[in-house]
Design a protein around this ligand. Structure first.
Ligand code: NDP
Length: 490
């Protein structure tokens, strides 16, 4: 089954069953061609209520199972997902637009994250404190929260869900997920695959539909104890205000404008590769994409030339075509937004070194394509520096030294990640201390490791995904005081 032949029809996945489409149907279109590739039910508030109740009903049994058993089931689900990559990757490409190779990478990574948490199951433990007072000890029990609402965007529908699903399920919670209204197909399919692999009915449910209706019905449902959200900062702020009514636990993984700093003693070729890969993977639509490049002035022209070479050689095309490295932007809205940011920037200043518009090829005119683009020295108060730019446009600035680079990097409202390339260990260590963000890569491509906590500061949100730290966000730590009779009392 190739992506171009796929037309999937799916209702919500509730209590282990794929339900019929119903009356409120939403079409899913391929961003490369605008062809309809699927139809899904837009879940109503009643559908959300049924899904949350199914998750609540499943909670007692799921949370009472041994943690090793839950880990084992999540591990089986992960292996089933991995075995399903050949079926799921074309569906992901069809609804999201990314090249097939990147769709496979994404799905493998989602399975890897679930496997990671399956493996961590036996590490999930609380604490025991002896001697609080004579004859008094304390326990810290980790208890699951209950029903978790997981809301994810369209850029990485499966990995961003797996980041939530892994720790939530292993810790004993049940989940209702809401994918973006333009990318529900892979998630609905994955839920069925994972159920068939042994995830009990009601433990993982999926409702598709628009954020304002389906998403808000989930966030405000009284039985939802925690909302784990990835998406834009304004939506995160809206969810935060809605969650105040609970009040509910929240993890907000919001936007980013990650800087990459290259000092003059860096390995320039590897640094330029990291900048290019970090910017153009997934057509630049990643929260942790490299969105600002600051280069020491003595090597700035050399680095700019290397990055331009890489950008201009990328093969732009439909994700289903062999050899394509850059697919379309996900939607018309995303392309309009990007073009507007580029136009407003260039009105203020800056030189386009390559790209700058839509590709000329006729066969790409039906999709939301944009050329890989490099802009040299736009003003520091232009949208390239002050807004999140979610597409294949990389601005480059010259900086005098590390101090200026850090000052510029920290001037952003966002604080998700950052990168530093240098052979000076002291400079690297100083940068890691001073950069205001949740993750710093030193001489490394921007790869996220399951072993390390990931999450932002400032307008990039709060809370951690990945790492054993993620369990803190899906458990409550309950204190228990145990007093034994002292000798005098016996
Ligand atoms: P949103 O933040 O609007 O959407 C993310 C998820 O939240 C989607 O599932 C969406 O549903 C849902 N949602 C939207 N509104 C609500 C609400 N009121 N209550 C509950 N859930 C809601 O991001 P967009 O997709 O609209 O993208 C806009 C911009 O956000 C991008 O240009 C980019 O800058 C940024 N972004 C950042 C991401 C990141 O990883 N940092 C990821 C995606 C976007 P639905 O799609 O159905 O509206």
């Amino acid at each position: 089954m190739s992506a171009t032949e796929t037309t999937v029809e799916l209702g919500p996945f509730i209590a282990g069953k794929a339900e019929p489409l119903g009356d409120s149907v939403q079409e899913i279109r391929d961003p490369a061609t605008q062809r309809v590739v699927g139809r899904v039910a837009a879940a109503t508030a009643e559908d959300v209520d049924r899904a949350v109740r199914a998750a609540q009903d499943a909670f007692a049994d799921w949370s009472a199972r041994g943690v090793a058993e839950r880990g084992d089931i999540v591990g089986r689900a992960a292996r089933a997902l991995r075995a399903g990559v050949d079926v799921l990757a074309p569906v992901l490409t069809a609804e999201q637009g990314k090249p097939l190779r990147e769709a496979r990478i994404e799905l493998d990574k989602a399975a890897e994250t679930l496997e990671h948490y399956a493996g961590l199951a036996k590490e999930l433990r609380g604490a025991f404190v002896l001697g609080l007072d004579p004859g008094v000890s304390g326990q810290v029990l980790r208890r699951p929260l209950g029903v978790v609402g997981a809301i994810v965007p369209w850029n990485f529908p499966t990995t961003l869900l797996a980041n939530k699903l892994g720790p939530a399920l292993v810790a004993g919670n049940t989940v209702v997920a809401k994918p973006a209204d333009t990318t529900p197909l892979t998630t609905l399919r994955a839920a069925a695959i994972m159920h068939d692999a042994g995830v009990p009915a009601g433990v993982f449910n999926v409702v598709a539909g628009p954020g304002r209706e389906t998403g808000e019905a989930l966030v405000t449902h009284p039985l939802v104890r925690k909302v784990a959200f990835t998406g834009s900062t304004p939506t995160g702020q809206r969810i935060m205000s809605l969650a105040a009514d609970g009040p509910k636990r929240l993890t907000l993984e919001l936007g980013g404008s990650d800087p990459l700093i290259i000092l003059e003693d860096a390995d320039l070729a590897r640094a330029a590769s990291a900048a290019s890969m970090g910017r153009f993977f997934n057509c630049g639509q990643a929260c942790l994409a490299v969105k600002r490049l600051y280069v020491a002035e003595s090597v700035a022209d050399e680095v700019a030339e290397a990055v331009v070479q890489k950008a201009s050689r990328l093969t732009v095309g439909r994700g289903t075509e062999k050899g394509v490295q850059l697919g379309p932007l996900h939607s018309e809205r995303q392309r309009d937004l990007l073009e507007d940011q580029l136009r407003r920037t260039l009105e203020q200043g800056g030189d386009v070194l390559t790209g700058g518009g839509r590709p000329a090829a006729d066969e790409l005119s039906g999709g939301w394509f944009h050329e890989p683009t490099i802009v040299f020295e736009p003003p520091h108060d232009s949208p390239m520096a002050t807004e999140e730019v979610f597409g294949p446009v990389l601005p480059i600035w010259r900086v005098r030294d590390l101090d200026e680079a850090i000052e510029r990097a920290n001037a952003s409202p966002f604080g998700l990640g950052s990168s530093v390339w240098t052979s000076d260990l002291d400079a690297a260590a100083e940068a890691a201390e001073r950069l205001e963000c949740g993750y710093t890569w030193i001489n490394s491509p921007t790869k996220v490791y399951d072993e390390l906590p990931f999450g932002g500061v400032k307008a990039s949100g709060f809370g951690k995904e990945h790492g054993s730290e993620a369990f803190d966000y899906y458990t409550d730590q309950k204190a228990v005081v145990i007093r034994r009779r002292t000798r005098e009392q016996q």
